[in-house]
Design a protein around this ligand. Structure first.
Ligand code: CO
Length: 219
């Protein structure tokens, strides 16, 4: 057998390191529970759909100590639930109607680059990102007085992070997928959280139980 040269971490590229670490991780999983991953081969039955930001500092499973099989995950810039986004809606439909998740978590985070960008003028050359963040700009405009009453830009951005999470929870509640699930199976409940990068902790902002009242114009 050809002997592999052991390279220093500096020498190997980031992706090679990922593949090596995958081998380490898979071995650790096997030693912890030899059959855990094999059992998941047959089916998944996660209780939770996580909708979070793509930000590398908020790795969904890691921050809640979740194992493979525990969470169905959708992530995009600034954790948006847009009713025109087939990607998000397809994930939502599958999670709710097929996997029958009991909970949906929308988790935003402070220091969110997407939210900060939405508070600035559009950036030339980032046409798609600008469009994606347009709804966050709308949310700022609709809450401009409250947000602008805060003394610092940092606090204004933090408040918009929170308002954005609450808005996405509302967007879920207004969707026909959730409305039908609430009337048919009385689940899922929807939770709005914000992750604090500097402490690693999560704060709860809002919770909507099945059949929570919504504005009748959305029914
Ligand atoms: Co973010």
């Amino acid at each position: 057998m050809k002997e592999k040269t052991i390279k220093s971490l500096e020498e190997i590229s980031a992706v090679q390191r990922m593949l090596e670490q995958n081998g380490v991780w898979a071995r650790q999983q096997y030693l912890k529970d030899a059959h855990y991953l094999a059992r998941l081969d047959f089916q998944q039955s996660p209780n939770v759909l996580w909708i979070g930001c793509s930000d590398s500092r908020v790795p969904a499973e890691i921050v809640v100590n979740a194992n493979p099989g525990e969470m169905f995950v959708h992530r995009n810039i600034a954790n948006q639930v847009a009713t025109t986004d087939f990607n998000c809606l397809a994930v939502l439909q599958y999670a709710v109607d097929v996997l029958k998740v009991k909970h949906i978590v929308v988790c935003g985070h402070y220091s969110c680059g997407g939210i900060a960008a939405a508070l600035r003028p559009q950036q030339p050359g980032l046409l798609l990102v600008n469009k994606w963040l347009m709804r966050v700009k709308d949310l700022y405009r609709l809450n401009q007085n409250e947000i602008e009453s805060l003394p610092t830009q940092r606090e204004r951005a933090m408040r918009l992070v929170e308002l954005n999470v609450i808005e996405q929870v509302q967007n879920l509640a207004h969707s026909s997928i959730i409305q039908e699930a609430w009337s048919s199976y009385e689940q899922p409940s929807i939770h709005g959280w914000v992750y604090v990068p500097r402490s690693g902790k999560i704060r709860e902002l809002i919770e909507m139980q099945p059949r929570s009242a919504i504005n009748p114009i959305y029914m």
